[in-house]
Design a protein around this ligand. Structure first.
Ligand SMILES: NC(=O)C1=CN([C@@H]2O[C@H](COP(=O)(O)OP(=O)(O)OC[C@H]3O[C@@H](n4cnc5c(N)ncnc54)[C@H](O)[C@@H]3O)[C@@H](O)[C@H]2O)C=CC1
Ligand SMILES: O=C(O)C(=O)COP(=O)(O)O
Length: 309
């Protein structure tokens, strides 16, 4: 019997992808989860037994699922975040975890710029208003001359820094690794988180979830933010205290929140997404033709490197 590979990313179950077909041509049997949907725990418990490899998306992978995965040798993400995986349990069981480092960074960086403009110019509000028969005109703000705070200067954060500097913004960034980005010191400098939160007109999150389970933008930080700040989150929902955020949006302390990510996807409650100061997209940062192709090629190569060894 052919060795089985489970394929679950929403972007790959919708339509066949040449790099998944490549694995089939190399003799593996491909098992898909439900097309276009985020697979739930029971579906994965049913599908994973007998699979040696798993090309995984951002679906929550619980210990129960891994207990059912006795044959599993490798999980290969077609993206970068691994916060959905029980990393310690996988390490104990000798299951290798691989990522497609940087593969979707351009897609996410470009969406981030789109969300910044959407918030500064109220583009969704104007569009929805005209479609409803109105002619809403909210005075906007320009990114040129503004201060952008960037949290996390990895593959995505550094692209966003370059892009906003090209648009005439000044960047204050925080990253414990302080990578050298080779950007002009007149436009880019590292700073402490609390100073960035207090001074940024626009705050953009590009770091992983803290491993200790803490909330990066907690109530204290949200209420010490520069008044009217635009927060953009294309990283992970749990970086932000949602209850405190909604209060701060109601009060206008935070001017708008543009997010591509939700605690549960699709969200169970629409309280945040439906808020008048919130712009929401459906985790589409890395969902461009180019980013999906790059990420899937790397993810398939990673799987084959382990399974064909
Ligand atoms: N919306 C979407 O579709 C996507 C979202 N993502 C999210 O974006 C995040 C960043 O992705 P990449 O830039 O590719 O990852 P990366 O690993 O290249 O960069 C992450 C950077 O964050 C830094 N960092 C770690 N802890 C930090 C902290 N507490 N504060 C500030 N910086 C910290 C690291 O030193 C690193 O430079 C991922 O963790 C993932 O959650 C990634 C891809 C697609
Ligand atoms: O790469 C990541 O961490 C992502 O968030 C991308 O998610 P996706 O695989 O495009 O559903």
């Amino acid at each position: 019997m052919n060795q089985r590979i489970l394929v679950t990313p929403r972007s790959l179950t919708q339509e066949p992808h040449p790099d998944v077909e490549r694995m089939r041509e190399q003799g593996f049997e491909i098992v898909y989860s439900t097309a276009g949907a985020m697979p739930n725990e029971q579906e994965l418990i049913d599908l994973v037994p007998g699979c040696v490899g798993w090309l995984a998306g951002v679906e929550p992978v619980t210990p129960k699922i891994i207990e059912a995965a006795a044959a599993l040798k490798v999980i290969s993400r077609n993206g970068v975040g691994v916060d959905n995986l029980p990393i310690d349990m996988l390490r104990e069981r000798g299951v290798k975890v691989m990522i497609a480092e940087g593969a979707n960074s351009m897609g996410v960086a470009e969406l981030t710029i789109g969300l910044i403009f959407s918030a500064l110019r109220s583009i969704p509000h104007s569009d929805a208003g005209i479609k409803a028969g109105g002619w809403p005109r909210l005075r906007g703000a320009e990114i040129h001359g503004r201060t952008v705070g960037i949290i996390g200067c990895g593959a995505i954060g550094r692209e966003v820094a370059r892009m906003v500097i090209a648009l005439g913004a000044r960047v204050f960034a925080f990253d414990p690794a302080r990578p050298n980005l080779d950007l002009p010191s007149s436009a880019f400098s590292y700073a402490e988180v609390d100073d960035i939160v207090a001074e940024a007109d626009i705050l953009s999150l590009h770091c992983p979830l803290p491993r200790d389970g803490s909330t990066f933008l907690d109530r204290g930080r949200i209420f010490s933010a520069k008044k009217g700040q635009v927060i953009v989150n294309t990283a992970r929902a749990r970086l932000v205290d949602e209850d405190a955020l909604i209060e701060a949006l109601d009060l206008g302390q935070i001017g708008s929140y543009a997010t591509d990510v939700f605690e549960q996807e699709p969200p169970v409650s629409l309280e945040l997404a439906a808020h008048g100061r919130v712009i929401a997209t459906s985790h589409i940062g890395g969902f461009t033709a180019e980013s999906v192709d790059r990420a899937t090629r790397i993810a398939a190569d990673n799987l084959l490197s382990v399974l064909s060894a």
